[in-house]
Design a binder for this molecule. Structure first.
Ligand SMILES: Cc1cc2nc3c(=O)[nH]c(=O)nc-3n(C[C@H](O)[C@H](O)[C@H](O)COP(=O)(O)OP(=O)(O)OC[C@H]3O[C@@H](n4cnc5c(N)ncnc54)[C@H](O)[C@@H]3O)c2cc1C
Length: 456
């Protein structure tokens, strides 16, 4: 497989999400003279679908974002990732069902994104507004909207991307950055299947008043990524920034909530809910919490937070819109190592299309951005090594890295699903933490590992 003639090869990107956009910028910034690039999205405009909720961008994600993007995009990063304020601690804390602290992940506190980028270790990160990050990444990108990819056709000297509207475009490489339901993946690797983890999640964004933010911060000691593990297989996840989103006398803050519970509860109880009716979905979330958690202050707080979700209607003003209207969704993932290596040809997968993972460890977008970084670095060698070799090296590394994170996220979710007693909970979490640290063998890491082991 090589490029058609002596002309500059063209890269086609299907999907203008975080992964596809990062790669688009990176091609133009780092491979500018070697490749042309075109990007397509099924949405009809940037406003078509709310891109909300807070997401955690870790140190590796930050570094890859900086590598991929030009200065004018980087200048706008603070819109999506405002500098941490002193009382914010951008890390994760787990508490049990009544709010007793089980564990927090020690991370370095930083004053800005730029400080994170310059660190020598991986233990720092920042909570980002996903919708703003997407807006910032749209800067200077010429997207062809309303182009829903339905498949592709390969020929000897290139590849055609096929759209639902009957049109097609020709290129030398096709990047499937079209998310978890990628039609490109389904055509290229039909046996790489989506795995259902047996957990149902209801994810919402909500604006909360200061007094509720204060109560949450007391439970979680100012840690911004918060998870309360239930003893009946449910989990209440929240991501908060303490930067007010309005100028009222009592400011409000944007909170992302993910409440998950074992799917078989809905099956056993033959629950019938209209997932297109946000009000009934939210009532259901609250009744599950009441059923699975003991009456206590923390349970009351969670119910109060969920009661603020205004059963959002499309068109409602920011931030009263969920990422998608609240509905039950399954935790699903795709493990790229669950199938043998696929052919290193013109069709390349990037981001969730190749390796979707459940959101519990906050690693999906980070992997998508790292894919964009890695693929660019491999393509830098294309004139000497040829496309096949570059793509082979990308596929090999991407599969290993992302599979590790898919499996870690899967294990975290499956552990949550098992009803536990208090002691089991603490032991399992300690083992989990030690395993996480062992995965990355840096001196800083070893210091942290010693600390955790001693505490044990
Ligand atoms: C509640 C929640 C919390 C999360 N928290 C975190 C976190 O803290 N940290 C983290 O790293 N990750 C997190 N994630 C995961 C993260 O959002 C995804 O991994 C990330 O968005 C994947 O980026 P992507 O570009 O691969 O895919 P997507 O963001 O899904 O983008 C795919 C793009 O392709 C387009 N598209 C789809 N189909 C087609 C088609 N047929 N033709 C053309 N275009 C198409 C879509 O319109 C979209 O623009 C979270 C996810 C959820 C749901």
């Amino acid at each position: 497989m090589e490029t058609s003639t002596n002309k500059i090869p063209t890269i086609l990107i299907a999907g203008a999400g975080i992964g596809g956009l990062s790669f688009y910028h990176s091609v133009r910034k780092n491979l500018g003279k070697k490749f042309n690039v075109k990007i397509f999205d099924r949405e009809t405009s940037p406003q078509d679908r709310w891109q909300g909720h807070n997401i955690y961008i870790n140190k590796r994600g930050v570094n890859s974002l900086f590598y991929c993007t030009p200065a004018e995009v980087q200048d706008r990063f603070p819109e999506a990732m405002p500098d941490p304020i002193p009382k914010e601690y951008h890390t994760i804390m787990l508490v049990d069902h009544i709010g007793r602290q089980l564990f927090y992940f020690p991370q370095q506190k930083t004053k800005s994104l730029y400080e994170i980028e310059s660190l020598k270790h991986d233990y720092a990160g920042i909570i980002s507004y996903r919708n703003k990050l997407r807006d910032v990444l749209l800067e200077g990108v010429d997207i062809q909207w309303g182009k829903k990819c339905v498949g592709y056709e390969e020929c000897d000297n290139g590849v055609w991307i096929l759209f639902e509207d009957g049109t097609r475009e020709f290129g030398d490489l096709l990047i499937g950055a079209d998310g978890v339901n990628s039609p490109i993946r389904k055509q290229k690797i039909p046996n790489l299947e989506i795995n259902d983890l047996g957990l149902t999640s209801i994810d919402v964004d909500v604006a909360i008043p200061k007094n509720l933010a204060d109560r949450l911060m007391t439970v979680y000691s100012n840690v911004l990524i918060q998870q309360s593990l239930g003893i009946n297989g449910d989990s209440f996840f929240s991501y908060l920034r303490l930067i007010p989103i309005d100028q009222f006398e009592e400011p409000s803050y944007r909170l992302t909530i993910g409440y998950s519970y074992p799917t078989n509860l809905d099956i056993k109880e033959k629950i019938s809910i209209d997932d297109n009716d946000p009000e009934s979905v939210m009532k259901h979330a609250i009744s599950r919490i009441k059923q699975l958690r003991p009456p206590c202050e923390l349970t009351d707080l969670f119910i109060e937070l969920l009661s603020l979700v205004p059963f959002s209607h499309p068109g409602e003003k920011y931030p009263y819109r969920a990422y998608n209207p609240p509905r039950r969704r399954q935790f699903r993932d795709i493990d790229p190592l669950s199938v043998p290596p696929w052919k290193n040809d013109r069709i390349v997968l990037l981001g969730d299309a190749a390796h979707a993972m459940n959101p519990l460890l906050g690693l999906g977008a980070n992997n998508a951005i790292q894919d964009a970084d890695l693929l660019t670095k491999e393509l830098l060698n294309y004139e000497n090594d040829g496309l096949t070799k570059c793509i082979q090296r990308y596929n090999e590394q991407m599969r290993v890295r992302s599979s590790r994170d898919v499996i870690a996220s899967r294990k975290a979710a499956l552990r949550n699903k098992v009803p536990l007693g208090n002691m089991d909970l603490i032991i399992k979490i300690t083992v989990y933490v030690i395993n996480e640290y062992k995965q990355n063998d840096t001196p800083y890491n070893k210091k942290l590992l010693n600390k955790v082991t001693k505490n044990k």
